[in-house]
Write a new protein. Structure first.
Length: 297
C-alpha cells in the first residue's frame, strides 16, 4: 500500500511530484504581485484576496525570490514551485504572491521586469512615521522573544541581511525608538546607513516607486494608502479586483475580519514624532507630486 495522502511521507511524495511537474514546464505564473510596503497591510490584503473565488495565492506569503540574491540564484523552477499547479486554478483562476521587500530592495524592480514585463503590481503605502514605529516594534519583539527564529534565518539570508540581523542579536540591549531613528537618519545623511533594518529609509517611498516606474508603465501599478483597508475595505477590494480584471466579490460580508494587529506597550515620543515628520516632509512632497495627490502625511 502507498503512503496515506495526509501522512508526512505522502506530503513528501506530493512535493516531489509537483517539483518534477514544475521542472517539466507544468506550472503557474503569478499574474500580479503585492510588492510592499513592510508593515503596510500586505498580510491583510493577501488574506482578503485569497477569499476571492478566482484567486489562489502562493503557498508561502513572502517568497523573496526577487529581492534576495541567494534565493534568486535558485532559478525560476524553484520560484514556480511555490504556486498552485494549473489544474488547481482552472480556466479563469489567477495566482499571486506578496513580498513587501520587493518595493524596498534596489534590485527587485529590474528582476521582476525581466521575469515578466506585463505583471501587475500592488503597492500599499503606510504613513511613514507610524510605519517606522511598527517596524521597530516588530524587530524589538523578535529580538527579545524570538531570537532563535532570527538565528535560523541567517543561513539563507544574503550577507547584508546576515550582518544586520547578526548585529541586532549581538547588541547588549535593543535601542529605543528615538535612538534608532536618530542613528539611522545620521547614517542616511552621511551615506553610511545600512539597508536593513531601514525603519526610516523604507518610508522614503518616492525613491522606491521611481525604480518601478522606470521599468513598468504607470497603469501596471495600483498604489493604495494602507489606512483605507481599515476605513473603506469594501471599496478598496473593489478597486483591487477591477485593477486585476477579476469579477467583483459576490456580496462580501460587512463583517469581514480585520487582519491587522498593532497594540504596543511603547508610544512615540512627541519629540521623535516631530523630528521624523520634519525629515519626511520633503520626501512626502516628492511622493505627492509623483502620485498627483496629497496623502496628508
Amino acid at each position: 500500500m502507498g503512503a496515506p495522502a495526509s501522512s508526512p511521507a505522502g506530503g513528501r511524495i506530493r512535493a516531489a511530484l509537483k517539483a518534477g511537474a514544475t521542472r517539466l514546464g507544468y506550472y503557474s505564473r503569478p499574474t500580479f504581485l503585492i510588492i510592499g510596503t513592510q508593515k503596510g497591510g500586505t498580510v491583510a490584503l493577501r488574506k482578503y484576496l485569497a477569499r476571492h473565488p478566482n484567486v489562489v495565492p502562493a503557498r508561502k506569503k513572502e517568497i523573496g525570490y526577487f529581492d534576495q540574491d541567494t534565493l534568486h540564484r535558485r532559478g525560476e523552477a524553484w520560484y514556480h514551485g511555490h504556486f498552485p499547479l494549473p489544474h488547481r486554478l482552472g480556466r479563469h483562476g489567477v495566482t499571486f504572491e506578496a513580498t513587501p521587500e520587493y518595493l524596498y530592495y534596489p534590485e527587485a524592480a529590474q528582476r521582476i521586469f525581466s521575469y515578466d514585463p506585463r505583471v501587475k503590481l500592488i503597492v500599499l503605502l503606510r504613513e511613514p512615521v507610524e510605519r517606522a514605529f511598527s517596524a521597530w516594534n516588530m524587530f524589538r519583539t523578535l529580538r527579545h522573544e524570538q531570537p532563535d527564529y532570527l538565528r535560523r534565518l541567517l543561513p539563507e539570508c544574503d550577507p547584508m541581511l546576515q550582518d544586520s540581523l547578526g548585529r541586532m542579536l549581538s547588541r547588549e540591549s535593543f535601542p529605543a525608538f528615538g535612538e534608532a531613528v536618530v542613528e539611522e537618519i545620521d547614517g542616511i545623511r552621511s551615506g553610511s546607513a545600512a539597508l536593513e533594518p531601514g525603519y526610516v529609509r523604507r518610508g522614503v517611498y518616492h525613491e522606491q516607486l521611481r525604480r518601478f516606474l522606470k521599468c513598468f508603465a504607470r497603469e501596471q501599478l495600483l498604489i493604495l494608502e494602507s489606512a483605507r483597508l481599515k476605513k473603506d475595505l469594501i471599496k478598496v477590494l473593489g478597486e483591487v479586483v477591477q485593477f486585476l480584471n477579476l469579477p467583483a466579490f459576490q456580496g462580501p460580508p460587512a463583517d469581514l475580519p480585520l487582519f491587522h494587529s498593532g497594540r504596543y506597550e511603547h508610544h512615540i515620543a512627541e519629540e521623535t514624532r516631530a523630528f521624523l515628520r520634519e525629515f519626511y516632509r520633503p520626501h512626502n512632497d516628492e511622493l505627492y507630486d509623483l502620485l498627483g495627490r496629497d496623502l496628508g502625511w
